[in-house]
Design a protein around this ligand. Structure first.
Ligand code: HEC
Ligand code: HEC
Ligand code: HEC
Ligand code: HEC
Ligand code: HEC
Length: 201
């Protein structure tokens, strides 16, 4: 990699620190007492970063199946009633993100179906308040990975290859660990690109 190129993680010059000297010049500001704002920033920034990363699902333990705000079951919907994955995760057909269905999509059936059950009443609560359901995210990739659903849906790669047998799960967990090795080995088998820039931009 050339010195001034931006590398795959957005760092210049191959990620080399700009000032490599361990004995940097004395800091002109070091004598000044830290301002309250700086102290707050120093405490808050790592916290915000930590929460963002934790929320993204990147570090969620593989087999953890967290309780969701509504006890939604793939086993009932995609298993027993065989509702197509793409009926609810419609965006996977045309965009990088598969997305979760809107409350409206659920209510298309549940205005009538099982309307008296407690978990469906909870659903109707979100509908009446016009609130989105705060589903907890299960799968995630670090920011330096450029993943896209649409390419895989077009190439007829099954959801199950990457997400496991979701149609058998009452609660979704990461039955498959999507490491780089796993991406690469399928890309090799299926003659898809294994150039670094395919997945790291
Ligand atoms: C295409 C129709 C359809 C859609 C769309 C749909 N459901 Fe269902 N849902 C069903 C059917 C059918 C059942 C089974 C009802 C039964 O057991 O009699 C069910 C059952 C449920 C139950 C379990 C009820 C109970 O306690 O037995 C919940 C909760 C639920 N759905 C939530 C949702 C949510 C949330 C969404 C949107 C993400 C959704 N459903 C979308 C048809 C649908
Ligand atoms: C009736 C609508 C519906 C159908 C059909 C459905 N899903 Fe889902 N899916 C949801 C909802 C709602 C969530 C968010 C709550 C949860 O995780 O259970 C979700 C979550 C997921 C997640 C976890 C997303 C994350 O947070 O990382 C995966 C993976 C997934 N679905 C795959 C599938 C697959 C594969 C199928 C077909 C076998 C399918 N879904 C069918 C509604 C649906
Ligand atoms: C080649 C592997 C692969 C295939 C095939 C695949 N997914 Fe995913 N899916 C992922 C990865 C990786 C993520 C996490 C993406 C991220 O965090 O950027 C993800 C995330 C999701 C999510 C969470 C919301 C989102 O879009 O980030 C849902 C829902 C989902 N997938 C559903 C599906 C469904 C339904 C199918 C089949 C139509 C499918 N996936 C096929 C790898 C795959
Ligand atoms: C089970 C097989 C399989 C797995 C696992 C898989 N892929 Fe793919 N991927 C494919 C196929 C097939 C294509 C389509 C190649 C084509 O259209 O020529 C593709 C295409 C892509 C593309 C689009 C390439 C382009 O030229 O537009 C990206 C980006 C990608 N995959 C990233 C990933 C990442 C990241 C992972 C791991 C999280 C992954 N894939 C896991 C089979 C897979
Ligand atoms: C098909 C998609 C894909 C391709 C092609 C790919 N990577 Fe990755 N890479 C990933 C995914 C997904 C991750 C994050 C998951 C993980 O760490 O295993 C990752 C993580 C990494 C990491 C983070 C360190 C680590 O191992 O966790 C490095 C460094 C990396 N890739 C370098 C490369 C280089 C260099 C190439 C080209 C030779 C390359 N990658 C090609 C998907 C890909």
């Amino acid at each position: 990699m050339m010195q001034n190129e931006i590398d795959m993680f957005g760092r210049k010059g191959g990620g080399r620190p700009v000032d490599a000297s361990p004995f940097a010049q004395p800091d002109r500001h070091s004598a000044r007492p830290l301002s309250v704002f700086r102290i707050i920033a120093i405490i808050l920034l790592p916290l915000v970063i930590f929460i963002t990363i934790a929320e993204s699902g990147v570090f969620r333990p593989q087999n953890e199946a967290p309780a969701q705000p509504i006890d939604f079951s793939h086993k009932i919907h995609a298993g027993t009633y065989r509702i197509s994955c793409l009926y609810c995760h419609t965006n996977a057909r045309r965009s990088p993100v598969a997305g979760v269905p809107s409350v409206q999509r659920c209510m298309g059936c549940h205005k009538i179906t099982a309307a008296d059950r407690p978990e469906v009443r909870k659903l109707k609560g979100y509908w009446d308040r016009k609130e989105p359901i705060p589903w907890i995210k299960i799968f995630g990739q670090p920011d330096f990975v450029a993943f896209s659903h649409v390419a895989h849906v077009r190439a007829h790669v099954a959801c199950e290859d990457c997400h496991g047998p979701v149609q058998k799960m009452d609660r979704v967990h990461r039955a498959v660990d999507l490491t780089m090795d796993r991406c690469l080995s399928c890309h090799r088998d299926r003659q898809a690109s294994i150039d670094c820039v395919t997945c790291h931009r």
